[in-house]
Design a protein around this ligand. Structure first.
Ligand code: BGC
Length: 410
């Protein structure tokens, strides 16, 4: 890249990577996912990366890679293993995690819930329970009351629509509800919906809508409860935005608009008055009426990192600071990750130039990890994990990202 095109980011921009508790920590057995694994419906997570015990060494790596921020999630089932009973040891652990980050000059961003539910909650209806929003808000407020002195940024929910879609329409994730329309089942084409032995019915569409509504109510309620005692913490949502667009065909344009509304705006409109910041998770885009050829990642997702710009433009309407809370690529050969990151970061800069208030970028993920119904095969990490020995090996692309982080330029 020649020097004329170097783009500078604002001072204090957050650069780092993200993880999620269940995907990296290991040893979490009291969740809906662990139970589903025991039943053979999803892969076993087991000790994962053993990040629960190795977080200090992992943060040393993050530090050595120039990261000044880190997003991670706390595990609800560790913190509230029985309904209404909170575990002080789990809190002490996450306080140590926060202190380890701060000691390295890394600003923490906590996600309060990233897909896995404590068994006591999932076994009694999960987010279909009438009192789910209150239960969720109580949990969130408790965690912030215990960790809020060490962390300023909390997101309540990771990807509400992705959770509800996979669990209530595709049936590939707990609680394994799958939509069928006139006997035709919709679902994932990668076989995960079949292995999950999902319950298929048309009525699951109503569950999907009621769960997404409960998630929005849960977020709003959590926001209110948290703010009562911790008015200064920044509360956000982590929203997956699939960027839909179209060629000039009006029908295609309409399709793109509808999909944007259904997958992003419908939820955001419900919570927009209870938000201090927004986390954007970006992985995918769809152009209706597209005839171009693309390259694809190991997930089978087309490689268009620059489309993050379009996703940012959709979130612009909510007029809040935005953190890219996840964006990354599964690339076991590390063949295109470096270029992917560079293109993506340049697209983020383009959005900044146009006045969108982007404050940070967290690559997904710091480590290879448990990719939900797909197990450990997909490799998103800046750092490769050998699951036999748990050895960590920094991938070459991580050094390309390091240069971006350290120079605050691309
Ligand atoms: C999720 C992560 C997941 C990643 C890659 C996001 O939807 O938040 O948990 O591993 O995408 O699929």
């Amino acid at each position: 890249m020649n020097t004329e095109t170097i783009k500078k980011f604002p001072d204090g921009f957050y650069w780092g990577a993200a993880t999620a508790s269940y995907q990296v920590e290991g040893g979490i057995e009291n969740t809906d996912w662990a139970k589903a694994a025991r039943e053979g419906r999803v892969p076993t997570c087991g000790r994962a990366c053993d990040h629960y015990h190795r977080y200090e060494a992992d943060f040393d790596i993050a530090k050595s890679l120039g990261h000044n921020a880190h997003r991670f999630s706390v595990e609800w089932a560790r913190i509230e293993p029985e309904e209404g009973q909170f575990n002080e040891e789990a809190i002490a652990h996450y306080r140590n995690v926060l202190q380890a980050l701060r000691a390295r000059g890394i600003t923490p961003f906590i996600t309060l819930w990233h897909f896995t539910l404590p068994l006591w909650f999932s076994e009694h209806g999960g987010f279909e329970r009438k009192d789910a929003p209150e239960i969720f808000a109580r949990y969130c407020a408790y965690v912030v009351s215990k960790l809020g002195d060490l962390c300023e940024h909390f997101a309540t929910i990771n990807e509400p629509n992705v959770y509800a879609t996979h669990g209530y329409l595709y049936g590939a994730w707990p609680p394994f509800r799958r939509l069928s329309i006139f006997g035709k089942k919709i679902g994932k084409e990668d076989g995960t919906s079949e292995r999950a032995r999902a319950h298929a019915a048309f009525s699951n569409i109503f569950r999907y809508f009621s769960v997404t509504k409960a998630l929005a109510l849960g977020h709003n309620r959590a926001y209110q409860e948290i703010k009562k005692n911790a008015p200064n913490v920044q509360i956000g949502i982590v929203k997956h935005v699939h960027y839909f667009y179209a060629n000039s065909n009006p029908l295609n344009k309409l399709r793109a608009r509808l999909m944007t509304y259904m997958q992003t705006e419908r939820f955001m409109n419900r919570i927009k008055d209870h938000l201090d910041e927004i986390g954007l998770n970006f992985y995918r885009s769809t152009m209706y009426g597209d005839s171009k050829n693309y390259e694809y990642s190991d997930m089978g997702w087309k490689l268009v990192p620059e489309d993050i710009y379009g996703a940012l433009m959709i979130l612009k309407q909510y007029r809040k600071p935005i953190i890219i809370s996840e964006a990354g690529v599964a690339d076991h050969k590390d063949a295109f990750r470096a270029l992917y990151i560079q293109k993506q970061v340049r697209a983020v800069h383009r959005a900044l130039e146009e006045g969108i208030d982007v404050r940070g970028h967290m690559y997904w993920s710091l480590l290879d990890n448990y990719e939900w119904a797909l197990g450990f095969e997909k490799r998103f990490g800046l750092v490769e994990i050998n699951y036999e020995t748990l050895e960590r090996k920094i991938r070459p692309s991580a050094y390309v990202y390091k240069k971006i982080c350290e120079t605050n330029t691309v």
